[in-house]
Design a protein. Structure first.
Lengths: 85, 215
């Protein structure tokens, strides 16, 4: 596991306060920067088959930090997902 | 019955893999893209299996452009049928409601079904090897059902392969998604249920044409 991903997971252990959300957004930016440098895929997008959520069902990796920073529901969803990794 | 919407990136990605690897084994009705609508879904015979990709909520399942296809308050005649919903959260309420309405067995998910795709593969989604890590276990689950094997086997194929892919996947977000999806997969009803075996299709066959994805 990369250090950037470990840092991201660690940041997501906090409750969804504005400070924690800002920190997680920054950690994801760093993870995305490293991921993008590997050139594995051209436009990585996090998708889901949910409906009626306050966050989009398709989020370009570059837009994940903005969503993490501004949307507590998305932050909490990412907490649930990252808990498994 | 197979219902495969194609109106946004997640439905295109999930439906794309089933179009490539499952549809050739199924008979009509095959509701793909705009055909995956309320009117056709409600009036077509389901056969012995209902396979649906689409957006979902705990109590509802949606088709093309999010037309509501299934709702806990108006369940169609699913008696004796096997239902697979590749969707979010329908195992919370809709899955149990389908079983209560007489469906033989159901596979779906308790939480959001999440994965990472390459948006530049939207016009040939089956070629997206990243999404394949999440979607090929679903394909193999459905094909196990179409082989005439019991639902418990199909469910085990899916969850085991998701966890196996997570163990070798080098994309860390996808590893988390795969484990999350495997943990939230749900099999309800009769685990020994099975449907009539369909003929196997030798792959690769030429991929079907898909309209380009325009954002």
């Amino acid at each position: 596991m990369t250090k950037e991903y470990e840092d991201l997971k660690e940041s997501l252990r906090q409750p969804a306060t504005p400070e924690a959300m800002r920190e997680a957004a920054q950690r994801f930016r760093e993870y995305e920067r490293v991921d993008a440098a590997l050139g594995k895929r051209s436009r990585p997008t996090l998708v889901s088959l949910g409906l009626g959520k306050t966050y989009p069902t398709e989020i370009d990796f570059r837009d994940v930090p903005r969503e993490l920073e501004t949307n507590p529901a998305f932050y909490e969803q990412m907490q649930k997902i990252m808990r498994e990794g | 019955m197979i219902a495969l919407p194609l109106h946004d990136l997640p439905t295109r990605s999930a439906s794309g893999f089933l179009i490539r690897y499952v549809v050739p084994r199924t008979g009509p009705p095959q509701l793909v893209g705009p055909l995956d609508n309320k009117a056709l879904f409600s009036n077509m015979s389901f056969g012995d299996v209902v396979i649906g990709v689409g957006h979902g909520e705990p109590n509802r399942f949606y088709g093309y452009r999010n037309q509501m296809l299934l709702d806990v308050s108006s369940i169609p005649d699913v008696r004796g049928k096997v239902v697979v919903l590749i969707s979010c959260q329908t195992a919370r309420q809709l899955g149990p409601a389908l079983i209560n309405a007489g469906a033989e067995s159901y596979i779906g998910f308790l939480e959001d079904l999440v994965w990472v795709m390459d948006a530049d593969s939207a016009s040939n989604p089956w070629a997206d090897k990243f999404a394949g890590s999440a979607m090929m276990p679903v394909v193999h689950c459905v094909n196990t059902i179409l082989d005439g094997k019991v639902m418990a086997d199909a469910f085990a194929v899916m969850t085991t392969e998701m966890l196996g892919n997570a163990a070798v996947e080098d994309d860390e977000v996808m590893v988390s998604c795969l484990r999350f999806n495997a943990r939230n997969a749900s099999l309800l009803g009769n685990p020994a249920a099975r449907v009539r075996a369909r003929p196997k299709v030798e792959f690769p066959i030429p991929p079907p044409p898909l309209l380009p994805y325009i954002t």
